[in-house]
Structure formats: C-alpha cells, structure tokens
Design a binder for this molecule. Sequence first.
Ligand code: FAD
Length: 460
Amino acid sequence: MNALDTESFDVVIAGLGPTGLVLAHLLGQRGHRVLVLEREPVFYGNARAVYTDDECMRVFQAVNMADELQQRMLRETPCQWVAPDGSVMAQYCPTERPFGWPVVNFFYQPYLESTLAERLERYPNVEVRRGRELTQFTREGDGVTIVHEATQTYRFTDSSDAKTTANGPPAPRTVHARWLIGADGGRSTVRTLLGIEMTGKSFPEPWLVVDLKAKSPDASGLRHVPYFNFFCNPDGPVVSCPQPDGHHRFEFMLMPGDTKEEMEKPETVRRLLSRYVNMVTCGGQATIPIVAAVSRVAKVHYAEIVAAISSRSAGPGTRANIDEFVETTASALERVGGATRGRAILILNPAEPPQLMRDTVFVLSDDADESAVRASIEAMVAEVQTYVPGYRLKQELQFDHVRVSVPGLGEVSGLKTSAFLEVEGAADYLPAFAGNLDIMTSASRATGERIARFLASQGP
Ligand SMILES: Cc1cc2nc3c(=O)[nH]c(=O)nc-3n(C[C@H](O)[C@H](O)[C@H](O)COP(=O)(O)OP(=O)(O)OC[C@H]3O[C@@H](n4cnc5c(N)ncnc54)[C@H](O)[C@@H]3O)c2cc1C
C-alpha cells in the first residue's frame, strides 16, 4: 500500500469542466475538503459554449465570480433572425435585468473556465490534480473508494488538437471520499460505471462549428457582424456569434448530402465564410492595387501610402477608427500588395471647397525595368477603372534609383516608384469629392459579384 492510499476527502469531483469548477467553488466556499480529478494534463481550451443567461450569472455571483467573469463577456448583444436577403425579420434585445444581471451574455468558454480554475486558489481546502483520470470506484461503508491513474491517452496538448499518448506509467492511486460527484461530461465514466443511460436530447442536425480569432482585437475584421445572427436560409442555416477579444463563432448546418469530411476541408470553410467578408479601407482600395502591380514585376521591400480624403466625406466611423485604418491598410499592403513592410498615413483634408480624394503611393522594390513597372501599373489602373470609373493616375509615374534606410529592414537599394492617384466619385448621390465612399461602394459591389460568380461555379 502506498502512503497516498490513506488520503481522504469530503468530496471527490471527477471532471474540471464548467460543472466541476462551479461545484468546486461552492464546496470550497463551504469549507469542505475537495479533490478534483481532471483527465486532461493541460487545459485544452475547447471553445464550446458561447452564451449564458442571468440565472447562470446568479450562480457565478454565489461564488463571488460574477463581476470578474462579466468583464470578459459581451452584454446585451442584440440577437437577430435574418432573412436570406439580409433583411432583419426579428430582433431580441432584452435590457431589463430581473435577476440583476444581463439576460444575454456572450462569452468565450476558455476564458470562463480558466478564470474559474485560477480562482480556486482562494480555497486551501480544494485540490486539483490534472492528468489524473478516474477509472474505478466502489461504494464502501459511509463513502466511496476511488481509483485514479495518470491519463494514458488524452485528447489535446497545449500545442495541438491531436490525440497524445502519455510517456509515464498509469501509477494508480486510491482515495476515499464521503461523496463522489461525476462532473465528467457527456462521455462520463462515472455514469457508465453506474450503468446510468444518458438522458436528455441534443439537436438532431449536425453543424460545422468554426471559431475565429482576429489577429488584433482592435482591428477586428468581424466588426461588420456585431449582432448574434441566425441567418434563416433554407439552403443552409448559419449562426454568427460575436465574442469578446476578437473571437467570433460561425456555425453552419449540414444539409442533406453534406458530409463531415467535405465540410471540414479548409476550402469549404473558406467558401462558407466568403459571404461574411469585410472590405479593407478606402485608402487601401485605392493604393494596394498599385503595390500589387509592382509586385508582379519585382520584389517589393517597402510600400508607403498617404491617403488624403476630404474632411467632409469622413464619417463618424472613419474618425473613430483612424488607428484601425492605419493598421489594417498597412497590413493589407503587405498581405495583399506583397510588400515586405507596409506603412499607411491618413489625412483628413479640411480644405474648402472640398478636394477630391488623393492617394500617393511610394514603392521600393528590387531594381526592375521601368517600362515593365509602368505597363503593369497602367494595366492595373485600367482594371480598377472597370469598377471605379473615377480612379486615375493624376501625374506621370516617377522612378528613382535609391539607397535608403527602411525601419525594420535596414539599408535597401532599388527602384523607388511614386504614383499619384486621384479618385473622383460618380456624384450620383454623394458629391464627387466623396471618392473615398464611392471606391468602397464600388469595390464592395465588385467583390459581391465575384463571390456570386465563385458560388455559382461551385454548382447548386
Ligand atoms: C458547439 C457547442 C456549443 C455550445 N454552446 C453552449 C452555449 O451557448 N451555452 C451553454 O450553456 N452550453 C453550451 N454548450 C454546452 C456546454 O459547453 C457544456 O454543457 C458544458 O461544457 C458541460 O460542462 P461539464 O463540466 O458538465 O462537462 P465538460 O465541459 O465536458 O467537462 C468534463 C470534464 O471532465 C473531464 N473528464 C472526463 N472523463 C474524466 C474522468 N474519467 N476522470 C477525470 N476527468 C474526466 C474532461 O476532460 C472535462 O474536462 C455547447 C456545446 C457545444 C459542443
């Protein structure tokens, strides 16, 4: 017998999911000696639940966790039922708080679980043992004797979703407890050993769950889908759920004929998400094509753009997000334009009468044939003009052979191409100086048409 065999607790909880965590808090608060056995050696952070209500908030309040957990929740986000044409059929947004907490709370489950787990430290009478799996138990006298051992095959490591096999031996141990609580989830060992059938019901339809995280929470490419939307499309229902810190959940219902294998392919996921794309900034729409045109001819080391728009055509959204404009555009100069390093500057021009949108593009590339660069840019300008007729080169392209110091890249020598663009709006509804708005609308329409062509090419 091992010395540990004599261990004794008031309660052993199998499973450190949300149920086990809340139980451990409740029992710890009441002074019980608790051991929690969790089979996963590390928290695997599987995002599942996204929503909780005011009754659950009351439970969190009971263990003094509600305020902390609320800080990382989106509160009272409107929920919408959206028709296939994008119109909103119904909205649900309760703002009354009959239990003192918001009725609608969206969260990211790994935050919830890790916060609850960290705060267990406040109870010296609660012990958590990770990587220990309950395998057997027997009822004895006034309690239960529980066998637990080192998990041999667990689902996730902290760096991968793959199944992993443990290196060490199982090293079984026993503990005694007055009570054993099975909080070990849908495939509960405790329930199986007791011969209890799983009751309750689940949704019969299978869904593909896609969890996204914006690279920067401040520059979320998903701000344009701010509500919890049920897209009620008979051809394929979709759920879109905003979550804190740039997380976002999409769920796509599998339709008859859809297979799990096909739905999980990256190209399928990209196709499904393509309906929900956001557009890069007006300055990016105007300038990135020029950088991409140079990239077709020579390696681009650095691209810097200066977008000047009339102050009168800069709405509250632009004004509130200038930092986001700069970051997003710089990132797109690199990722779409092909520059190793991108930099963007936005100028709100207060001149009266208002000036047309102007964009200056400096591109530093490897040395290249100037006529080839010129031809590539002129072809690109002609292409953009097919959907933005007021887009043009305002002056001749300028070429210089330079050697300059680029922040982050050091000394670079090569061809500096300077392009000076003007974007005149169509003036159908907005004034001609609002070319920044015109180019966005035109680019959105062109993108929508491309998506429609792509989807049509995929067949019904
Ligand atoms: C896609 C999806 C969306 C969801 N959305 C929502 C939602 O919006 N709102 C909501 O309330 N719920 C939602 N749920 C359900 C919610 O995630 C679960 O109800 C919740 O995670 C269950 O918590 P639990 O602690 O009971 O079980 P689990 O979270 O499954 O935790 C069980 C724990 O026990 C451990 N374990 C298992 N066997 C053993 C063993 N033998 N010994 C020791 N440890 C063991 C496991 O490793 C695990 O950590 C969703 C679920 C899914 C899949």
